[in-house]
Design a binder for this molecule. Sequence first.
Ligand SMILES: [Zn+2]
Length: 481
Amino acid sequence: MSERNEAGAGRPVLLRGGTVLPMEGARTVLEDTDVLVTGDRIAEVGPGLRAPDDALVIDATGGIVMPGMIDTHRHMWQTALRGYGADWTLTQYFVWFYLEHGKLFRPQDVHAGNVLAAIEALDAGVTTVVDWSHGLRTVEHADAAVDALRSVPGRYVLAYGNIQQPPAEWTAAPEFRDFVRRRITGDDLLGFQLAFDVLGDPAFPERAAFEVARELGVAVTTHAGVWGATSDEGIRLMHEHGFMTPETIYVHAASLSADSYHRIAATGGSVSVSTESEQSAGQGYPPTWALRAHGIPVSLSMDTSVWWSGDLFSAMRATLGADRSREHLEAHANGDTVTHAGLRADQVVEWATRGGARALGRDDLGVVAAGRKADLVLIKNDRSPVSFPVLNPFGHVAFQAQRGDVHTVLVNGRVVKHEHELVGVDLAAARRQVEDTVAYLRAEMGEEAWRQGMNPDIPETKILDNPYTYTDYRSDATHRL
Ligand SMILES: [Zn+2]
C-alpha cells in the first residue's frame, strides 16, 4: 500500500470526523471533529476541514482522537525479560537485577530490550517514554540504549542511570561527560535526565550527582518513597540541600509522610505513579489518593515489563481502581459511605497525556490543539464489540479501550501505526535480538537459577479455623470438615 509507505514523508494527515479529546479545559469533548497535521505540528482542529490535495485522509468516525500517551518511568532494557518476574516482589527484583544478574546484561542486551520496549510503546499509543535506564554500567551500554531508541520512531527521554555504581562516581566519569557531548544533541525526539536514588545517608553522597545535573541543566528522576529502599530521609536531604526543583520527577512516592508530600508540593515537582507496580511489588499503596489531597501533579508509568506490559490503558484502569478502593476503604473505616467518587475518568486520561507532558516540561505535548506537536492516537476498532457505543469518551478510554484498539499513531507528525499495523518497524529483527538475549542470559545463569529466579518460594498459606459446620442442604448428610 503506497499510502502507508508515503505517510511518514512529511505528507499532511487529516484525521476525519473523530471524537476529539483535546485535553484543554475540563472534560471538553469535540464530536465529529477533524484534526489536520502538517509537518511535525497540528495545523488545525475543527469540523469539516479541507484536506490538502496530497493529504493522507484517515477515517476517524466512531473513534476517539487523543494526545499520544506519555510514560514517565519505564526500565526499557528489562523488556527483554518480559513477564519473567510476574510473581516477584521488590525483594526478588532487587536481588535479581541489582545484586545478581543485572550485571550480565551486555550492551546488545540493553539494545534488545530497548528496541522491543520502544516498539511496544508505539503499538499501544504511548508516543513518549522516559527510559529509566539504570542498567548502564558502561558507556557502551548507554550508546546501545540510544542506538536502540534512535531506531524506533517514537519520542524518548533517556534517564541515564547505573545501579552498579554510586551516582557520584558514574556522573563524574570523563566517559560519561563525553557520552553526553556525543549523543545528547538537543534533538526534540531525545531528551535527557539523570536517574538515581537518594538512599538517606546523612552525609548525602548523592550531592555530587545533583550538582552534575544542575551543571548540565537536566532534570533528576528518583525512586522516592519505596518501602524498604528510599524514605522521607531522602526527601529531607534533597530539600535541605536545595535539590528539589519543579522538573524533578519522584517515582512511586508511595510510602512517604505528609511532611514529604508537603515538600514536594512546595517545590513544584511531580510524581510518576506506577499503580500496577506498587500493587504487586510493594513500594507502598498507589499514592494518587494522597497526591490529590496534597495538590501534587501526577503522571503515569508502567515501570517494567518484567511484570506488566507497557500499556497505559492498564495504568489508567488500575489507577482509577486503586484510588477508588482507597477512598471507599477509608470511608468505611469511619463508618461512612462514598456517594460521589473523587477521582474521575477524565483525570486519569489527563495524567496519561498532559500530566506526563507537564512533568517533562513539554507544553507542546499532551494536548490536541493547533500549534502543538502532532503526537496523536486514534482509538478505533470496527471489529470490536467493545468499540461502541461511545457515550462517555473519557470513561471509554480508561475502562473500555485496550492496546488492540489503537488504530493509528502519529509521532512528530509521522504515521508510525496505521490501521492497526506498525509502520516502518522491523518486529522480526526485534524478536531475533530478544531471543539471542534470552538464550544468552539463560545459558549464563544456568537452567536451575533461571527457573528458580522465575519461581520464588511460595509462603505457606494457613486456612483459618472455621467455627461453622459444613452443611450440604441438598442431602440429609452434614459433614464436619
Ligand atoms: Zn522503577
